[in-house]
Design a protein around this ligand. Sequence first.
Ligand SMILES: Nc1ncnc2c1ncn2[C@@H]1O[C@H](COP(=O)(O)OP(=O)(O)OP(=O)(O)O)[C@@H](O)[C@H]1O
Length: 302
Amino acid sequence: MPSVIEVTDLRKSYGGRPVVDGVSFAVEEGEIFGILGPNGAGKTTTVECVEGLRVPDGGRIRVAGLDPVADHAEVARSLGAQLQQSEIQAKLTVREALELYAAFYPRPADWRPLAERLGLTDRLGTRFGKLSGGQRQRLFIALALIGGPRIVVLDELTTGLDPRARRDTWQLIEDVRASGVTVLLVTHFMEEAQRLCDRIAVIDKGRVAALDTPAGLIRRSAGATVISFTPSAPLDERELAALPALASVGRQNGRLTLSGTDETVDAVLTLLARHRVTAHQLRVVDATLDDAFLDLTMEATA
Ligand SMILES: Nc1ncnc2c1ncn2[C@@H]1O[C@H](COP(=O)(O)OP(=O)(O)OP(=O)(O)O)[C@@H](O)[C@H]1O
């Protein structure tokens, strides 16, 4: 599958301080690619270089085969960027904003079905300043899509939304992808990245700390699958200590809690079966991207 975005050894410094320090990744056509990282990691700088809004100090970027700086006008036609709040006047109505932004493109999408799809039809006469947070975000998505782009860049789209509006926005992003648009998504939210992204680049201190599927990132974080139960009879300490990939063992009021990997869990179940011990109130909790993220960004700090 061809890469629609290629970033190779991207570098950008401010006042001699590198904030993007050799970032490389490639985004495939049709995927939702996440950029995840702590505050100040260099995420926005990276995507703004991809959008051609900042000029890199070094490295190479290609968007649909073009250079975002040298071929800015052409790149702007295939790449839809999410606007910032400050870029829309509070007095503009939803309809006016859609018409205005459609006029910027040679072959804009028809904004009416777009507004319908994004649930904005009954807000067309409402001024931007009077929209709720969720409605504003839906308008931003509509405006990012109005030029009929191949790629859309969404930066912290759901920050500040309540959980319901955030979930609605996730559905919209999935719909956008289903319509064939590639999505580059910058986010702080682990749950959002885990749920939406096909692949994620974890960026920390201007570098790619890891690049994988959400499941792949989680698999890398050792000791984050936890099994707990109350055994019907005591288990042999040495056998427990010898479990594969075991990270920790805890005991409280006759209840055992072991952390490790899926392999540890399988071995615990085999051990229980071999000794015919019943596990009462058995719970297995999967690692989340949160655990993996902390592991990865702490590793990179060390
Ligand atoms: N125009 C600029 N001039 C000087 N420093 C800047 C400029 N833009 C960004 N920085 C600094 O570069 C670093 C990376 O910023 P960037 O916005 O790319 O990070 P981020 O990962 O998107 O962070 P956040 O999640 O907080 O938005 C930060 O320390 C920021 O203060």
